[in-house]
Ligand binder design. Structure first.
Ligand code: KG4
Ligand code: ZN
Length: 330
């Protein structure tokens, strides 16, 4: 049985986890920087990088203590090498390199998106390739046909904002807190989803991609008009996002040539209304719907350790010269 140490530091969560090749999470530790970024209404890269330096090694030590293991017990060290805020990525990757060198263990440089893409297989060990993945986070909005480890066919991406970014910007426009997604979800529960007329960019078109910029501008005009309540705008915005996600995913399911399941991952998958709309879509296609538990949907190190375990099983390890990458498409 292999044991992998996973490290994550690409955005505003610092995390360390120990995961086995059989998909058992032995321990996972996470520190969020939300409070440090809240006064600025978004993630400040310089603050994030410094906070990762402070938090990462104590989390690694805590993860080992929890699992009653030491560095000598692991088979490999997997660290996020991108994409993300480069200062933070460098902290995690250099830490991974140093630990790998000190303990004479292999290093595995994990693409953060691959971590999200494979995390459903950690949640559900029976999930077989190929599956259709809707990856919806603060930085990404993509439909991927996951065909194997390292084999991803991108069917759609966003031509402007990511879905989570749209939630965060809407929250800011409406004067709700940061991070915006959970705040918009709460307000939406009190509002009327048909209260504000909003566009559904690209819905019904043969273009496979996502677009949220026009929706964001329409939300801004609605907020400035003074005609609508915050709750109604939040509910109508959420309904518009759901229509976009469902329509684009429906199109991809029809065109993707057969998949074993519809899978959703990324922070926006924490939204209950979005989850349930996607679950209904999967049922219409007679497919199982897989959504990892919420803690595994948002950024964490267990998914990086697991992607490392999947790569390690295939002998996919990296050299010490592997670079940290701010951009790294799957
Ligand atoms: O995957 P994640 O933790 O980090 C990235 O890699 O981006 O996703 C964070 C994003 C943020 O934009 C946040 O507003 C959004 O996920 N989010 C939500 C909810 N919880 C988090 N969006 C909608 N509804 C939620 N409940
Ligand atoms: Zn992420």
């Amino acid at each position: 049985m292999s044991i992998i140490l996973g490290l994550e530091s690409s955005c505003d969560e610092t995390a360390a986890a120990l995961v086995t090749g059989e998909g058992v999470v032995l321990s996972h530790k996470l520190a969020t920087q939300e409070a440090q970024h809240r006064p600025y209404g978004g993630v400040v890269p310089e603050i994030a990088a410094r906070a990762h330096v402070d938090a990462l090694m104590p989390l690694v030590e805590a993860a080992f203590a929890d699992a009653q293991l030491t560095l000598a017990d692991v088979d490999a060290i997997a660290a996020t090498a991108g994409p993300g805020l480069i200062g933070g990525v460098m902290v995690g990757l250099v830490t991974g390199k140093a630990l790998a060198h000190a303990a004479c263990k292999p290093l595995i440089a994990v693409n953060h998106l691959e971590g999200h893409a494979l995390s459903p297989r950690l949640a559900d060990r029976d999930l077989a390739f190929p599956y259709l993945l809707l990856l919806v986070s603060g930085g990404h909005c993509q439909l991927l046909r996951v065909e194997g480890v390292g084999q991803y066919r991108r069917l759609a991406t966003t031509i402007d904002d990511a879905a989570g970014e749209a939630f965060d910007k809407t929250a800011k426009l409406l004067g709700l807190g940061y991070p915006g997604g959970p705040e918009v979800e709460k307000a939406a529960l009190r509002g009327d989803a048909k209260g504000v007329p909003l566009p559904r960019p690209l819905v019904g078109t043969s273009d496979p991609h996502f677009s949220f910029a026009g929706l964001k501008s329409a939300v801004m005009r609605a907020a400035q008009s003074g005609k609508y309540t915050t709750d109604d705008i939040a509910a109508s915005f959420t309904a518009a996002v759901i229509d976009c996600l469902v329509d684009r995913t429906d199109r991809a399911l029809r065109e993707s040539g057969g998949v074993s399941a519809l899978v959703v991952a990324g922070g926006v998958a924490a939204n209950r209304a979005i989850r349930s709309a996607l679950e209904q879509l999967a049922a219409r296609h007679d497919l199982p719907f897989v959504a990892p538990p919420l803690w595994l949907c948002t950024d964490n190190a267990a998914m990086i350790g697991w992607a490392g375990a999947e790569r390690y099983a295939l002998g996919l390890i990296d050299g010490m010269d592997v670079p940290a990458r701010p951009r790294w498409p799957l």
